[in-house]
Design a protein around this ligand. Structure first.
Ligand code: M6R
Length: 620
């Protein structure tokens, strides 16, 4: 939530700031703003709405300078408005800053600062930090410090942050020290890009791609003092740190739309490739198992595990549900799936044989990170299934498995889901082969997994049929999504996709549960999407369909190719390739992603930037 960029160097700051903000826009798009410094002047431009509107404003009212900060906002405190847009000004303009996170004690601090004469102009929590830093700057100056020195600004920031409770990624400029950018992190990610005679700052690596390959990820309680030629990192408790420089592996083509109209569609179409990436190098034919490079656990330790907790949010939580079924079936290890937002505050009885897996595309979701930390604090092995390399969760977990799906930019998660399910299948196979899954069974699973990229390619062939179906139903105001066993999480995911991008009310249920309440919603205007590929309980799902039909509810069925019978019952059928039951979520998710996409388009919605949402939920 909220994206931050910063630049100090010799090039035009505004070029990088705008380009970076476009790339970070998926993190929030309520407003955008930037501040550019030239000598002792800091010019601010900010505007409600998208980065494009800020770019227009900068064209009408140009700013020049080679030092700057920028922000794209997902509003937490204070409505989206020009005045509440970042950057915010502290004191009489001595400090200008942008913030990602939530200042929990802002109200107390604001009252204290008001009593000291500070005037608040916005409804944000962030303005408190701006005034607080300015206040401590004045205190330093009163004690004789030179306002034009870096160390004065640093001390002011350190003193201010000691008084702040909450989370922050902060980037700030100081009027009296041109070329100084101070960044601070607690809970909200920040990465510094190293150039020649220049430094970049960003909430994630996206804006740095194509600018530099050398990056330094900040950790919590670290402050970065950044000038064009120097980078100093100071940890609150451990003092000055040697920056740990990493290499960026993304390329600009990962961020291009190519021939697609939207990132969501591009990412749906990438799935044959991203599933292949998730499998690459991980199928162990000799052992009829899977192999992973980064679990960082000995086989003996893994063999001791007698319970697994999978924790996640949103779509990743749905993937975790598929993981539960897979691991319990293949490895016979009891699995629980916990919403990270619940797990972080619950105190479930865990033993020293309990292993925790956090599942997250971004690796930055605040609740997932907090749940992981809580379990880690208790001494449990904590692992992550994560897409973004170098993200906070990837760095803090004891070990883990990357998805290698490339950047997911559409706010609605698509390719991350299928990659997560693929990795969870590999994990189930791996844990199963350590226990009672036989060699031939392992071989069979490997064979099926190898075939999946091609099956997904075939699945995408349903797009034309989905388009027609969308045309028929896009005006409906309620949808039910129903599936059983491996397809129950897919039903949940299909409903989530539809509601988040088309704003249609949709509910996902295990198909048989529908009789226990949701069936009351069924009428001729409420379509039910049944995920009903061939399975052991196929006839049971068909009975559930009959129950809907008897109440005149329209039915859209996702069924296996060759299942002609289903068309007698369903009003519309989308066919997908026939695969083993445990792999069905990979193929059945795709038509549901496409259905949500097509319906959202027909309703005139912005599929890549749905209202009220942001890609990484980095606040609680
Ligand atoms: O980055 P994460 O996987 O941790 O994100 C979790 C959820 O915020 C995310 O899946 C969200 O539900 C998506 N908008 C779903 O499309």
């Amino acid at each position: 939530m909220c994206g931050i960029v910063g630049y100090v160097g010799s090039k035009s700051a505004v070029d990088f700031l705008l380009e970076g903000l476009y790339r970070l826009e998926y993190r929030g798009y309520d407003s955008a703003g930037l501040a550019v410094q030239q000598d002792h002047q800091i010019a601010i431009r900010k505007k409600t709405g998208r980065v494009g509107q800020l770019a227009d404003l900068c064209e009408r009212q140009p700013v020049t300078g080679t030092f700057g900060i920028g922000h794209t906002r997902w509003a937490t405190h204070g409505e989206p408005s020009d005045i509440n847009s970042h950057p915010h000004v502290g004191g009489n303009g001595e400090v200008v800053l942008v913030h990602n996170g939530v200042i929990e004690n802002y109200s107390i601090l604001r009252n204290q600062l008001r009593e000291l004469g500070y005037v608040f102009r916005t409804g944000t929590d962030t303005e408190v930090v701006a005034h607080l830093v300015a206040h401590h700057l004045f205190e330093e100056i009163k004690l004789g410090a030179n306002p034009g020195e870096i160390k004065t600004c640093l001390r002011a920031v350190e003193s201010a942050l000691k008084r702040v409770k909450g989370t922050y990624g902060l980037a700030m400029l100081f009027r009296d020290v041109p070329g100084l950018l101070i960044a601070a992190r607690l809970g909200s990610p920040l990465v510094v890009g190293i150039g020649r005679g220049e430094h970049y700052l960003s909430s994630d690596a996206g804006p740095l791609v194509g600018r530099t390959e050398e990056v330094v990820y900040l950790s919590d309680h670290e402050i970065a003092v950044i000038t064009p030629h120097e980078l100093q990192i100071i940890h609150r408790d451990a003092g000055t740190q040697t920056p740990s420089v990493r290499t960026l592996e993304q390329t600009t083509s990962d961020l291009d739309l190519g021939d697609f109209d939207h990132y969501m569609l591009k990412e749906i179409y990438e799935q044959p490739q991203t599933v292949e990436n998730a499998l690459r190098g991980r199928l162990d034919e000799d052992e009829a198992s899977a192999k992973f490079g980064g679990l960082n656990m000995q086989p003996q330790e893994l063999r001791r595990v007698d319970r697994i907790i999978l924790t996640a949010c949103g779509t990743s939580w749905h993937a975790a549900l598929v993981g539960e079924y897979l691991i319990e079936e293949f490895a016979r290890i009891p699995v629980e799936v916990e919403y990270a937002s619940e797990l972080r505050y619950r105190n479930p009885p865990l033993t020293d044989r309990t292993m925790i897996f956090a599942i997250t595309q971004s690796g930055e979701t605040a609740d997932t990170l907090a749940a992981l930390r809580e379990c880690k604090r208790k001494g449990h092995p904590t692992l992550a299934i994560c897409n973004v390399v170098g993200s906070t969760i990837a760095r803090e977990a004891d070990g883990g498995i990357y998805l290698h799906a490339g950047p997911e930019i559409g706010v609605a998660s698509t390719k991350a889901f299928t990659s997560q399910v693929t990795v969870l299948t590999l994990l189930a196979l791996f844990l199963g082969r350590m226990r009672n899954l036989s060699y031939p069974a392992g071989k069979r699973i490997i064979g099926h997994l190898r075939a999946m990229p091609e099956k997904l390619r075939q699945t995408l062939g349903c797009h034309a049929a989905v388009k027609d179906i969308a045309q028929k139903y896009y005006q409906a105001e309620n949808f039910l999504y129903l599936g059983r066993l491996y397809n129950f999480p897919v039903a949940l995911e299909g409903a989530l996709k539809l509601k988040e991008i088309s704003y249609i009310h949709a509910e996902g249920y295990p198909a048989a549960e529908m009789k226990h309440g949701p069936i009351a919603l069924v009428d001729e205007d409420t379509p039910s999407v049944f995920v009903v590929p061939r399975s052991n309980i196929y006839p049971k799902v068909v009975s559930n369909m009959e129950e809907i039909k008897a109440r005149r509810g329209p039915i859209i069925a996702i069924a296996c190719e060759g299942d002609d019978k289903i068309a007698d019952l369903a009003d519309d059928v989308i066919y997908v390739p026939d695969v083993d039951e445990y792999l069905q979520p990979l193929v059945t998710a795709i038509p549901l992603q496409l259905l949500a996409y097509e319906i959202a388009l027909l309703r005139g919605c912005n599929v890549d930037r749905p209202r009220n949402l942001a890609k990484s939920v980095t606040v609680e």
